[in-house]
Every structure is written in C-alpha cells, then in structure tokens.
Ligand binder design. Structure first.
Ligand code: ADP
Ligand code: MG
Length: 728
C-alpha cells in the first residue's frame, strides 16, 4: 500500500466518534433558532401578528409599516441569540443555496454605531449576483437581480447569521431561482384543489401540498476521499475496481449504525432540530457506508427549504466528524446509488388529507376524485415529470436495476386496481339512483378496509400510491426538490381545473346531481389513464417493450429528457397556470442543458487527468520493476530465462496493452470533446457529450480498473473501493 494511502487509512481507522451533547427532549429544543409563529407571536404587537398571518394566508403583500415592525422584532430576537449578521437566503439555479452576509452593525456618526435592520432590508435586497446562471434573462448591462422575502418560510439563525428565506428574481420580474415557480405552482394547486374540495365541504378555504422527502447519502472518511480527485471534483468515482465484498450479503441494510456515523447523525439531528427541521428517521441503506435520513412531512415550500438547508448542514457537520458526505446519485459503480423519494399529498385547512380514504362513501368519493385526477395528471404529463428529475448524475441511476426506470408509471396496488376496474365497469351511460347506492356501498364504501390490507409495495415503481400519499421515487439525491414539486403540483393543478370544468358542465347544463357528475367524469378518466398504471416489475425488459406499445416515453438520458421542457404543450401549461412564462421556461431549459454539458466535460477532464497522471505513471513504475526482474532472471538463467519469467513477461505485455488502450482512449475523448465544443446549438452539443464523449469513459475506466488489479498495491496511489466503502 502506498504510504499516502496507508497513512490515510490508518488515520481513518484510528478515529474515535466525535463526542456530541444532545438535548434529552428534542421537542423542547425544536425550532429554538427559528423565528417561527410562536417567536413572532411573542415579539409582535397583536394586530401586526394578525396582519402578517392574513397576508401569508391570502398571498398579500405586506405593507412597509408592518414590515418595519417585523424587521425590528426579528433583529431583537436574532441579537438575543447572538447573531451578528443577516442574509437573504435563496436557491439560485445552481441547485445550491446562496447567501451574502451583511452585519447589523452600522455607523451613525463618527465614532458612533448601532445595530440596525429595517423593513426595507427585510423585504427586498439587491445582491450583486450577476454570476448566477440566468439562461440569458439578465444581460450584463442590466445585471440586476432582486431577492424578496418569502414570509411563508420562517427566518432562522445559522451559525451567527440570521437567514431570511427569499425568492430571487430579475429586474424585469422573471424568476431566477427554484422557489419562485414552486410558490406559483403551489398557489395554482391551492386554487384548483380548493375549488374541487368545496364540492365536498364548503368550509374548505385553502389546500396545501405536503412533501416528505427521504435523503440518501454516503459517508466517506475525509482523508481517504482526499486521495481521489474524482470524488473531490465530481462527487463520484470515475474509476476504481469493485471491492471483492460489496453489498452481496445485504449485511449493511438496516444493520447496526457504525458508531462514527451515528455520532455524525446525532450531531446533525441536534442542529436540524434547532433549525426546525423535524428529522425523524435514520438508518443504514443498501450499499456499504450508505445511509438515509427522513423528516416528518411539511408544507411543500418549507420542506423544500428544509431539504436544501439540511444538505448544507450535512456538509458542515460531516466535516467536523472527518467525513465527506456524498450526495451524488451514483458515487460507486457496482453498488446502489442514492435517491430522494418525494412523498406528496394535498391537505385542506380543515385538516383533511385529500389522498386518504375516509370513513363515509362521500369522503371516499372525495378521495377517489383526487386520487384519479393525480393519476390522470401523471398520465397526460409523464414526459414532463420524467424531465423534472433529469440530470447528468441521475442518468446513472434511472433504469439501472436498483432505481426506478426512466419510464414513468403509477403503481396503486392490487386492491385499488380492482376498485378502479369496478368503478369503470359498474354502469354504462347514466347511473340510476339505485345503482348509485349500490356503487357507494359495494365499492367506494369499502376502500378503508381494503387499504389496510394493501401492504404490497412495489419498490420498482417510480410513482407509487402508498396508502395516503403518492411517492415519487425517481428523484435523485442531489436534486433540489423544488423542480419535481413544481411540475407535480402544476400538472395536478391543471388537471383539477379541467375536472372542475367538466363536472360543472354536467351539473349546470345536463342537470346531473353533483356526485353523479363527479363519478361520470372520473369514470372517463379511468379509461383514459389506464396506460400509465403498471403493477409489474419496473426493472424488467418486458416492461420496456410493453411501455413502448402503450406509447409511454422512455427518455434514457438527460438531453433526450429535457426536450419536453420547451414543448409548446409545456409552455401552454405553465403560462395558463401562471407558473412560468416563455422566457423563464426557455431560460431554465438552456441552463439545464448547459449544466449537463459542463458536468460531462468536467468528468471527462478529471478522468483524463487521473488516467494520464496517476494511473499510467504508476503502471510504468511497476512495469519497470518487472523489467528489472526479468533482466535479472536472464542474467542468472541465460537463454533458459523464459521458463522462469513467463508470468512477468505476460504481465509486462498486459500492462503495455492497457497503457496503450488508456492513452488512445483519452486522446479520442479529447478529440471528441473538441468536436463537441464547436457545436453552436447547445442541445446538439449536449447530445454529442452524451453520445460521443461519455461512452469513452467506460473504455478508459475498463483498462484503469484492470491495471488496479495487476499493479503492486504498494504503488497504487488512489484509495480503493474496499477502503472507501468499508472504513467508518
Ligand atoms: P418508506 O416506506 O418509503 O420508507 P414511510 O411510509 O415510512 O416510507 O414514509 C415515508 C415518508 O412519507 C416520511 O418521511 C413521511 O414524513 C412522509 N409522509 C407521510 N405522510 C405524508 C403526507 N401526507 N404527505 C407527504 N409526505 C408524507
Ligand atoms: Mg420511500
């Protein structure tokens, strides 16, 4: 083992878990660093607090006077907690979070100073943020972007900085972040779902989307990770022979959490709890050194913020524990990658989960309405939903026999399949009153009991109904959840609006009773959406053929998948709902295509560097040792030396073959990159990177990994899979 690797390994093995102190009762520490509703209620005049609540509820702007009062209370609270700075905290289209700290401190006269923070600093800021991706929306001569306070997500203190969640928009009003379209989509689904929920209960005034994400990740010892430029620069290993022992024995999944990892988790959870992130579940995942964390679900916008915040926090806490946390969807070949299931539902301000079957036939009709409309929305927009989770890193995972396929389908379980079939078949044409009663009693009325038995959960499905929520499982672990959540809530909003329109026509023009009208529309939807329902094995080859027959898309890579984002149908969808305008849609598409190109380009460069600067020189070194050995044998045995040196000679020639393959592979790859780089149209360039550059990675890697097996372990400079995956 090379001294560098040996030292790193020794250091990581000798590390003790970092001590953490924890509050015995998390409920008491929960949200201590959040300026949430209770902190606001305690520190604001009653009327101001009420005004703020109304503004949040009704999406109204907050006037300057109220803003000043809130800013002042926020500042006093933050100072009392030891904060010195404030920042508008936002999520630009890099996928990460952004912050620029300003001190509360201000001078008032020579030698005099105070802490100041006013309404205008709370409500709006103009960061010099011209270097964030904008897809051409912001020309440099007009490079202004604004951050504006999002009062629906509470401010919090991170370190010694008061962070105020904000949206990020261009001077001309277009969204430059993830949050703005998400908020618009949530508003659209609120409007549409409230109108439909009011068929069943006139008291409903608001419907909120909920999101419960499950974050998977790897923990790698920091000193081992440092020996891998690929992990450091791309977040994944671009080469490395698989370890003799991987996940074959399934002995990591749900196993005892290693003590260093557990100490990291406890530290992370303590910090999360203070920040109001309701973390709940932790466990080992399938691959060695892979783990998962899940919180209790929350309102979708807050849940998205909390996931972004958590990912930030994880990097910081991991550092303290001498870990590097990997969010990449496929950091290691040959073992499972990481995802981020998005559990989603809709619930009313009267406390009803619209995707939970109720106790009465009528509430079950409500359940079926939202259930079937969601299925129809996915059916009509499967390609857009696929696009919402497309990224260079998630391409490694989708369809890779461990994660859902790139084909979107909905799993609802055998029992609900039966319910839908019965509903579809009960009557042709108009329902008679008698049939309607039978229907309610026999089918709709029994759903709660049926669901209790419905435990068969098909893990191969990308979009599964799991009792009282849908679970979007194809989301990647690096993703900002805002992207899939914007799409899902938009398509459901559009669908519910159409449904309402159709049902109203039957009620107003045809004189049908409300539930009869609803049932009639739903029955048609079941027929129209059949193709998206799939209960079988999503990993199988048969499904690919079957899906093709059904006309479902199977966009296997990101450039292919992204195209639907600028389809006229998509533009109409977003414009009608007010989620995004054409400029915003096109800009985002452009940014994502560019990002794909850059990711593959960086990987190509890093792989080329490692192959030529690490692997080949090491191979040559070892080959020279062998050559020296063969020469010595020749000295001793003369012309008979062949008998004694045959293995060495074979090794020498094998090494040469691999060196030659790596070298020519890298040269070809560089040439293909050059050809791709001069393509003007970005989507064509992305396709060239996908089809011409990326496949060469495998060839280069193949020879590198073979050399890893041939070469003296003492010389090999890069931490091996067995070291990266089995030390914690
Ligand atoms: P799994 O079997 O996938 O591990 P669970 O059934 O335990 O999942 O739940 C997974 C996640 O679903 C949890 O994080 C939970 O917060 C979330 N969840 C539960 N109910 C809802 C809901 N109504 N809306 C959104 N998320 C929910
Ligand atoms: Mg799950």
């Amino acid at each position: 083992m090379s001294t560098l690797r040996f030292d790193a390994l020794k250091a990581s093995m000798n590390r003790e878990p970092v001590a953490v102190t924890e509050q015995p009762k998390r409920s008491q520490a929960f949200g201590a660093n959040v300026f949430g509703f209770s902190a606001m209620e305690n520190s604001l005049p009653k009327s101001t607090y009420k005004n703020l609540l109304t503004a949040i509820e009704k999406n109204q702007t907050i006037n300057r006077d109220i803003a000043d009062q809130i800013a002042n209370a926020m500042k006093e609270w933050a100072l009392s907690k030891g904060a010195t700075h404030y920042t508008h905290w936002f999520q630009p289209l890099t996928g990460a979070t952004a912050e620029k700290h300003d001190a509360f401190f201000e001078t008032t006269a020579p030698g005099r100073a105070l802490e100041r923070f006013e309404g205008n600093q709370l409500v709006q800021q103009e960061p010099d943020a011209s270097s964030f991706p904008n897809g051409g929306i912001r020309n440099t001569f007009e490079a202004r972007g604004y951050t504006a306070w999002d009062p629906t997500s509470p401010a919090f203190i991170f370190g010694t900085t008061l962070c105020i969640p904000t949206v990020f928009v261009a001077y001309t009003g277009e969204a430059l972040d993830y949050k703005t379209p998400l908020l618009r989509a949530l508003h659209a689904v609120d409007d549409a779902a409230t109108a439909v929920a009011r068929y069943f209960d006139k008291n409903v005034k608001k419907v909120s989307a909920s999101l419960g994400w499950e974050q998977e990740y790897f923990l790698i010892d920091k000193s081992l990770a440092v020996s891998r430029p690929d992990l450091e620069l791309t977040g994944r290993t671009l080469l490395g022979h698989s370890s003799a022992k991987g996940q074959q024995l399934d002995d990591h999944y749900f196993g005892t959490i290693p003590s260093r990892a557990l100490s990291f988790m406890r530290d992370l959870e303590t910090e999360s709890i203070l920040l109001g992130i309701p973390v709940k579940t932790r466990h080992n995942e399938v691959a060695p050194n892979q783990f998962e964390l899940a919180p209790i679900f929350e309102e979708a916008n807050l849940a998205v913020d909390h996931n972004s915040l958590l990912m930030d926090l994880m990097k910081k806490v991991a550092d303290r524990h001498h870990f590097k946390v990997l969010f990449h969807e496929k950091p290691f070949a040959g073992v499972n990658g990481s995802g981020k299931h998005n559990n989603w539902s809709l619930s009313t301000d009267t406390g009803v989960n619209l995707l939970a079957p109720g106790k009465t036939p009528m509430s079950n009709l409500q359940f079926l309405t939202f259930f079937i409309n969601t299925i129809k929305a996915v059916h009509d927009n499967e390609e857009l939903l696929r696009a919402s989770i497309a990224s260079a890193s998630n391409d490694h995972r989708l369809g890779a026999n461990e994660a859902p396929p790139a084909i979107m389908s909905v799993f609802i379980g055998a029992q609900l399949t039966k319910v839908l079939s019965e509903l579809e078949g009960v009557t042709k044409g108009k329902l008679s009153p008698q049939e309607k009663t039978d229907l309610k009693l026999n089918v709709v009325g029994k759903i709660p009991e049926i669901l209790l038995d419905n435990t068969d959960r098909n893990r191969t499905s990308p979009f599964a109904f799991t009792g009282n929520k849908f679970e979007f499982r194809a989301v990647g672990s690096t993703a900002n959840c805002a992207n899939p959540m914007t799409v899902l809530n938009s398509i459901v909003a559009k669908q519910l609006k159409e449904f309402k329109k159709e049902a109203d026509v039957l009620i107003d023009k045809k004189g049908l009773k409300k539930d009869e009208a609803i049932f009639n529309v739903l029955r048609e939807y079941i027929k129209q959406s059949r193709n998206i329902l799939f209960e079988g094995n999503g990993y199988g080859e048969d499904w690919k053929k079957e899906a093709k027959k059904r006309g479902l898309s199977n966009n296997k890579n990101t450039p292919e998948a992204l195209k639907i984002k600028i389809d006229p149908k998509t533009i109409v969808l977003y414009e009608e709902l007010g989620v995004m305008n054409t400029t915003e849609i096109e800009a985002r598409y452009e940014i994502e295509v560019e990002e794909y190109i850059h990711r593959i380009q960086i990987e190509g460069r890093v792989l080329g560097d490692i192959a030529r600067n690490h692997v080949i020189p090491t191979a040559v070194k070892y080959q020279n040792i062998l050559i020296h050995n063969v020469r010595g044998l020749k000295d001793i045995y003369g012309k008979d030396f062949n008998k004694y040196a045959s293995e060495q000679l074979l090794l020498i020639s094998d090494i040469s073959k691999h060196i030659e393959a790596i070298n020519s592979g890298v040269t070809t790859m560089i040439n293909e990159r050059k050809k791709a780089n001069i393509i003007a149209e970005s989507i064509e360039k992305a396709e060239a990177y996908c089809k011409k550059v990326k496949p060469l990675f495998d060839e280069i890697r193949y020879s590198c990994d073979k050399l890893e097996l041939l070469i003296d372990d003492e010389l090999w400079p890069l931490a091996k899979y067995r070291e990266l995956l089995f030390t914690t």
